[in-house]
Design a protein around this ligand. Structure first.
Ligand SMILES: C=CC1=C(C)c2cc3[nH]c(cc4nc(cc5[nH]c(cc1n2)c(C)c5CCC(=O)O)C(CCC(=O)O)=C4C)c(C)c3C=C
Ligand code: FE2
Ligand code: FE2
Length: 356
């Protein structure tokens, strides 16, 4: 009796003359399907069981996660999600979807025939389901592009893990390439600077620019994670591009999770300290998040604002993320073009590749 195949069935073989498709899989973190405690619990369970995210030994972590963290955090986080939810769903998903479509358009206008799809590391659409869909659509070369400018084992490497897990169950593998980082990419820095300058043109200029990045546990940095250094480099390049002297900007880290020490200085205490030291207006940007999401819209634009104003600050300006800014889409496009180099993305190249 034949045994169950170890690998998933392959999609129906394509006509040998059909051009093999090239694709980009734009991967983001993920978000709950709904702003309800049940949906947030499902999402947090998947997220917080990833050993890339929480490195505590499983035997100690899983009972704590299921017994304490999920029951307590899910309703609290759901209320936060409800405060930023849109009629079309989670902002993170909306921006990721839009960015993928705009990237496909940008590449198409420059003659590249590339399919662009987005996937979520946690939740839907999953990385595995989108890789299956791309294969079924004929993709034989796939560029994996995580929506994380700064590399971290907790995020970027976790995307690679999910792709690797899919590969383990796949017989006919596509060629794969990965973008690991673009924290110092000139078009990305230009797009961020343009965002700030446009805000200043419209609303005047504050006394202080605060650049807030998502944090990670300090231990990951001690163990060699380059994330903190890459955040600092993004901030340095951005400040240089804006001509900001050291006193007029700060770099902080937000979203601390758990009791361990995370990267410092923390965002909220810094906002309070700035207000107490007499800074009347602060402008805040989150350069590590390509699209607005819970961490920017709730934690910064709502909670951060409250912290600054209650500590005596007068005016708080949140500068929205890159979202669908044309300069950002161009930055993504140029980044993709560079990483696609050598793959026949143009019709003429395709014909030559097929004739050879
Ligand atoms: C910028 C990249 C991110 C890094 C690095 C990162 C590390 C990291 N995050 C957690 C825990 C949580 N993060 C949560 C939300 C969240 N995190 C990022 C990005 C990074 N996380 C984004 C874009 C979001 C928003 C998702 C959305 O739906 O809008 C959450 C969930 C919300 C909550 O309950 O607070 C948790 C939990 C850890 C532990 C970690 C590194 C170890
Ligand atoms: Fe996070
Ligand atoms: Fe948060």
């Amino acid at each position: 009796m034949p045994s169950t195949p170890r690998y998933r069935p392959e999609p129906k073989a394509r006509d040998g003359h059909a051009p093999a498709a090239i694709a980009i899989l734009y991967c983001n973190l993920g978000t709950p399907d709904e702003a309800t405690p049940a949906a947030v619990r499902r999402y947090l369970k998947e997220f917080l069981t990833d050993p890339r995210v929480v490195e505590i030994p499983r035997a100690a972590w899983l009972p704590l996660l299921h017994g304490v963290i999920l029951p307590l955090r899910s309703p609290r986080s759901a209320a936060k999600y409800a405060s930023i939810w849109t009629p079309e769903g989670s902002p993170l998903k909306l921006w990721t979807d839009k960015q993928a479509k705009l990237l496909q358009g940008w590449l198409g206008e420059r003659g590249h025939r590339v399919m662009v799809r987005y996937a979520m590391r946690y939740g839907q659409p999953s990385i595995a389901s989108q890789l299956d869909a791309l294969k079924a659509a004929g993709a034989s070369r796939i560029l994996v592009l995580p929506a994380y400018p700064q590399y971290s084992g907790t995020t970027t490497a976790s995307v690679s893990d999910a792709v690797g897990a899919w590969c383990e169950g796949t017989r006919a593998l596509p060629e794969l390439r990965f973008v690991n980082r673009f924290h110092d990419d000139a078009p990305y820095i230009r797009a961020l600077a343009g965002r700030i300058e446009a805000h200043w043109r419209e609303h005047g200029r504050g006394g202080h620019l605060l650049m807030s990045f998502h944090g990670v546990p300090q231990r990951t940095q001690q163990l060699g994670d380059p994330y903190a250094a890459e955040c600092q480099e993004t901030a340095r390049l951005l400040a240089a591009r804006l001509g900001l002297p050291d006193k007029q900007f700060s770099v902080t880290f937000q979203s601390r999770f758990g009791k361990a020490k995370w990267l410092e200085p923390y965002t909220e205490p810094t906002l309070r300290a700035l207000a107490r030291a007499g800074t009347e207006r602060v402008d805040v940007l989150c350069p590590g998040f390509p699209g607005d999401c819970l961490e920017t819209l709730e934690e910064i634009a709502i909670e951060g604002r409250r912290a600054f104003l209650t500590a005596g600050g007068k005016t708080f300006h949140y500068i929205p993320c890159l979202n669908d800014d044309p300069a950002w889409i161009a930055a993504l496009g140029e980044l993709a073009q560079r990483h696609l180099a050598g793959w026949p993305t143009r019709a003429a190249q395709e014909a030559a590749a097929n004739a050879a």
